[in-house]
Design a protein around this ligand. Structure first.
Ligand code: ZN
Length: 221
């Protein structure tokens, strides 16, 4: 697959927006070092734009972003794609409504992933943003060098059965999705914020899940 003339301007725009959105990860304290990434689907094509591997956030430019196909094979770019590319590609392949994916190891969401417990829907903000508890997906070895070998990433399977835009991969950290990359970044910021708030609430007492009818009203709004 290659970048055809009809999608050149779309890819150029996505390179710029994905590069800019990476700045939100350190700004919102979701990442340390280079461990977190944003991607965007090229609409109508089996292509995605993602961060290159191992480049620090303040060195990312639109030109340094890479384009891969849904096997994680490099289509355009000077560097290797993020080692999480196969996981992002799997989400796009299996969830056609998703336009953006974010993966981080943000601290509080990752703590919930470590104990393998869903974040309960005890705040209106969780109902608004996620429509219920934030689920836990199975443990999976991802982010190795098996890009292109069709590594299967079950976060898409968990997300498909749930209206939450976030999933906590057991023993790993959060993945979030959105209608575009910006929406997925917003979900990554929100999941970390509610993970922290509910953690603090647990220190104060026993937070009570919201009634399901109220969750439905909040989510529909
Ligand atoms: Zn990871």
């Amino acid at each position: 697959m290659s970048i055809t003339a009809d999608i050149r301007s779309t890819v150029t725009d996505l390179r710029a927006s994905v590069a800019a959105l990476h700045a939100e990860l350190p700004r919102n304290e979701l990442v340390i070092w280079t461990a977190g990434n944003v991607s965007a689907r090229v609409p109508g094509h089996e292509l995605l734009v993602i961060k290159p591997s191992g480049v620090s956030y303040d060195e990312l430019t639109p030109e340094s972003m890479v384009v891969t196909d849904f096997d994680g094979t490099l289509v355009e770019g000077d560097r290797a794609p993020s080692s999480d590319t196969a996981a992002h590609a799997y989400v796009y392949r299996h969830l056609p409504h998703v336009g953006g994916v974010v993966h981080t190891h943000s601290r509080y969401a990752t703590a919930w992933a470590a104990i393998g417990e869903p974040i309960p829907c005890v705040l209106t903000m969780i109902a608004d943003e996620f429509g219920g508890e934030i689920p836990v997906g199975p443990f999976a070895l991802i982010g190795d060098d098996s890009i292109g070998r069709a590594s299967r990433t079950p976060c898409a399977d968990t997300l498909r059965g749930h209206r939450s835009r976030a999933v906590l991969m057991r023993g790993h950290g959060p993945f979030t999705i959105g209608r575009d990359a910006r929406d997925a970044v917003k979900a990554a910021v929100m999941v970390e914020d509610v993970a922290r708030a509910v953690f603090i609430a647990r220190q104060l007492g026993n937070p009570t899940p919201l009634p399901q009818a109220d969750i439905e009203t909040l989510f529909d709004r």
